[in-house]
Write a new protein. Sequence first.
Length: 311
Amino acid sequence: MKHDRFNFIENIKRVTGGPGGEVYLIIGDEKTALIDCGMSYCANNLIMNIKKELPAGRTLDYILVSHSHYDHMGGLPYLKQTWPSAIAVGSEYTNYLFEKPSTLKRIREISKEADESFIDSFKDDYGDFKYSPADDYSDEYVKIDRVVKQNDQISLGDETIVIHESPGHTNCSISFYLKKKRVLFPAETMGCLNPNGQMLMAILKSYKDSIESINKAKHIDADYIVSPHFGFVPENLKPKYFDLALETASEYKDFIVARNESGLSVEEILDEFIKEYWHGHIYNQQPFEAFRVNAYYSICTILNEFKDNPL
Ligand SMILES: [Zn+2]
């Protein structure tokens, strides 16, 4: 049978509002929790999907933010406007970033730019998708109500979510593990699977932290993995998921360092990296411009860690 990456196990509902970022609703017998919030311009659809899935008489209790990027937290202020009592959960560093006016300004700008580029790239897959105005929210709702750290737990009644710090993609990245169902939602630090079974990595802050985070996640030994921007990882790939992330990270590093050693500039390495790893927006799960920016920062991060004279 063909693997259905969105066919979730009981009480894990895909409520994604549109292209750009996946969102899941976890329904415990006492509390509910959302994993990530998707892009700002998808918020109306997201809220509609959550309302459809929430059992009668229940509310949204927790909003878990895996990291501070706009494609994972853009929907947060809209969710808080709709469910003011929902508790936004994130790392200390996400909390720190959300308190900075410059971050809030940047999130608003990038969310506005993103709606057009995403809709343009993915329009054939989403038909007449109707988006929310990307800046129709108040910054006061972009905040973390509960800061979490390694091994903190959030009880939903019959299910418990355990926090794992996963820096590397960003300093603020965290992963979520559902203890009873043994389902892991790894942070983007561990990569994103694509429909070809390839791993895509964006090592934006630290290569060494990324490797450490991947190894740590591997030891959780989850029964199910939900890859960011992808969905449930097929059974045959699950045992290899973290090794694939380690191999891909190491391949990127070797690719970048070798070209640096042969005298190429950052821009030239970027051109070669794009030639090698850009497979189109469907397989890279992002518009070209987002891929290019991520590739640029990954190259700088890796060179800073592996070359004798950092950039
Ligand atoms: Zn990200």
